[in-house]
Design a protein around this ligand. Structure first.
Ligand SMILES: CC(=O)N[C@H]1[C@@H](OP(=O)(O)OP(=O)(O)OC[C@H]2O[C@@H](n3ccc(=O)[nH]c3=O)[C@H](O)[C@@H]2O)O[C@H](CO)[C@@H](O)[C@@H]1O
Ligand SMILES: C=C(OP(=O)(O)O)C(=O)O
Length: 422
């Protein structure tokens, strides 16, 4: 298993290109199942999760090709051969559950294994099931698989979600595009990845309004057609690399970054003493003074502070002046990076969903273990600012969500290398 060696190396400067969003691409790819005509995605990120989704779609009979070094994904679901999403693929990634809504809409039936993914919480599927049942689906859990059918086809309905789940919103919206009549989804998630999905579905002929607000209205149509769509910028990769100059000092421009994607995160950085300015090409980030100040963080659905940036923000708070309180409200087990940061000399106490971090002057390099995707990158960020060498093991988590992490950080002056097979 590969590991990453990081050596603390002072201020960073230069530019980092930000890729297309993993979490948008993982919902845009299953949208191909809704149409017999080709769907092409540009600006796709080169990630292992994308390979997993490719394998899943291919197992259903879709044709999927990665072109231009993986940045273009050409798909065709002209002749699907299966409506069964097998455990062996689905267990690798939570987002595999996003084939459920499209398969049900296209075939009137779907059998999808309960998904796997980062072990950051229980992550049940009840909100997906309730939404699809509201559209007329009958769903039961048998042998670890959700067996869904809609013999008379899906029918539009008014449905209010108990919580604004991102994945459930995506599944319900995709299913509703081909349902008979109008669906009104209340308390829908508002994440930019959902806006991106709706923009793509609209290019495919879907009639949808209200994306980005908490009420989405979908007028079902008989069929969807082909389209080409550019994947939105990855706001989590963007936020992660915004933290590199915040932690190490210097000035870095994140190419393709837009303020509207990271508004609440940038406001917290500003309060901590890090300036973020929009440029023609992206976002420029500089630390205003010497040491950053502590800020408190509460994770919330968009437009609140994203849970997917909580671990990375904790790495920044480890060397901030004062004490910060980070409250994780989305996932019940998302502080697994804390004990690893403590190995590096951080002062962190975790009680339930709250972590209290008292900043120290300097972290010290140590061997640490990546436990999930965002935890992995938080340890790399901490290593950039630490004295000496940090070795982050189990980096396969990182490969799920960060393309060319070594090349991108080296490009702004970081000392980082991938060590094969350790
Ligand atoms: C591939 C993808 O896009 N992943 C993102 C997506 O995950 P995902 O779509 O899984 O996240 P959700 O918004 O669904 O989950 C949020 C919370 O709702 C709970 N829940 C969810 C569904 C359900 O049926 N029942 C239920 O109780 C979950 O356990 C969790 O506590 O949004 C999360 C929240 O922004 C991000 O951290 C993930 O990176
Ligand atoms: C939690 C994440 O991904 P997933 O939902 O695929 O587990 C993430 O991207 O941080």
């Amino acid at each position: 298993m590969d590991s990453i060696l990081v050596t603390g190396n002072g201020p960073l400067s230069g530019q980092i290109p930000i890729a297309g969003a993993k979490n948008a691409c993982l919902t845009l790819m299953p949208a191909t199942l809704l149409s017999k005509e080709p769907l092409t995605l540009t600006n796709a990120p080169r990630l292992s999760d994308i390979k997993t989704m490719t394998a899943l779609l291919q197992s259903l009979g879709a044709e999927v090709s990665a072109l231009q070094d993986g940045q273009v994904i050409a798909m065709s679901s002209h002749s699907l051969t299966s409506h069964v999403a097998d455990y062996d693929i689905v267990r690798k990634m939570r987002a595999s559950n996003l084939v459920l809504g499209p398969l049900l809409a296209r075939f009137g039936q779907a059998v999808v294994s309960l998904p796997g993914g980062c072990a950051i919480g229980a992550r049940p599927m009840d909100l997906h099931v309730e939404g699809l049942e509201a559209l007329g689906a009958e769903i039961e859990l048998k042998d670890g698989y959700l067996h869904a059918k809609a013999p008379g086809g899906l029918k539009g309905a008014v449905h209010e979600m108990r919580f604004a789940s991102v994945g459930a919103t995506e599944n319900i919206v995709m299913a509703a595009t081909l349902a008979k009549g109008t669906t009104v989804l209340k308390n829908a998630a508002r994440e930019p990845e959902i806006v991106d999905l709706v923009e793509c579905l609209r290019k495919m002929g879907a009639q949808i309004s209200g994306e980005g607000s908490s009420t989405i209205e979908i007028q079902g149509v008989d069929r969807l057609h082909g389209a080409t769509h550019q994947v939105v910028t990855d706001r989590i990769e963007l936020g992660t690399y915004m933290l590199a100059p915040a932690i190490c000092g210097g000035e870095v421009e994140l190419l393709g970054g837009r303020m509207r994607l990271v508004e609440s995160f940038a406001a917290k950085l500003d309060a901590a003493g890090v300036s973020v300015a929009e440029t023609d090409k992206g976002l420029k980030v500089t630390r205003k003074n010497g040491r950053v100040s502590s800020v408190d963080v509460v994770t919330e659905p968009f437009p609140g502070f994203p849970t997917d940036l909580q671990a990375q923000m904790m790495a920044l708070m480890c060397t901030a002046e004062g004490t910060s309180v980070l409250e994780e409200r989305i996932f019940e087990n998302r502080f697994m990076h804390a004990p690893e940061l403590v190995r590096m000399g951080a002062n962190i106490e975790v009680h339930g969903g709250t972590a209290t971090v008292t900043g120290v002057e300097r972290l010290k390099g140590a061997p640490v273990m990546a436990t999930d995707l965002r935890a992995s990158v938080s340890l790399i960020l901490a290593g950039l600012a630490a004295e000496g060498e940090t070795v982050v093991s189990r980096v396969y988590h990182l490969d799920r969500g960060y393309e060319h992490v070594v090349r991108k950080l080296e490009g702004v002056g970081a000392k980082i290398e991938r060590i094969k097979g350790q």
